[in-house]
Design a binder for this molecule. Sequence first.
Ligand SMILES: [Zn+2]
Length: 269
Amino acid sequence: MSISDAQALRYARHLNLSDVGPSGQEKLLKARVLVVGAGGLGSPVILYLAAAGVGTIGVVDDDEVDLSNLQRQVIHTTARVGTPKADSAKVAVGALNPDVNLRVHRERLKFDNIATLIADYDIVADGSDNFDTRFLVNDACFFARKTLVSAAVLRFDGQLSTYKPHAGGPCYRCVFGEAPPDDVWTCSQVGILGAVAGVMGTLQATEVLKEILVLGESMAGRLLIHDALSATSRLVKINRDPGCALCGDAPTIRDLSIHAASNGGVCSV
Ligand SMILES: [Zn+2]
């Protein structure tokens, strides 16, 4: 693959970066990232990855654009209320960057389809807002040895980390244990300042690009906790848990069948 004249202009500010340059841009154009949820986090993730020229972006979302989404889900528009979010994201990305192949996955994410879905991608960015989906995505990424960049937002707070237990460091389960029986993070019950999703989703996109380009320090083994009200962020070291049911020394989770009872779906923030 070589970069065309139009691409040299489009990505000029990447090409100017000595740590990216033409070879880095080619890596981006060849990269395949699956974004779980085209919501408040997924919106900036998809837009920045598309703008950066990530060649293949998969979007899993089985929801439709609702008027109440537009306060934070900036990839969608008033005119597209009622259309599937994944289709809406495809329209936005098509207008932004024709270099990007956006693949629409308008399906519920379940234990029996997730492995096939993520097999086509190098990196998974999780922007879902419920624990069932987060644990399912974590477990599927672990078995498929895929890097997972995961973010979460609530009210005025956000969290972000990268999980790649196949390359050292903890998995999501090591840090958060098990999904609570009653999911307290439902889509609509808890409010969020829309721009906080933008902050965390943009950080998430940055970490995905760093993983593709192998730049700087990975967030693997570190959890970023952002507090918008005090405008502060802190980094907490997170470790692999030898007792983790998934990636620990005596794992009890051997496949994704523990998620069989879950209704699946993607409920994006
Ligand atoms: Zn683990």
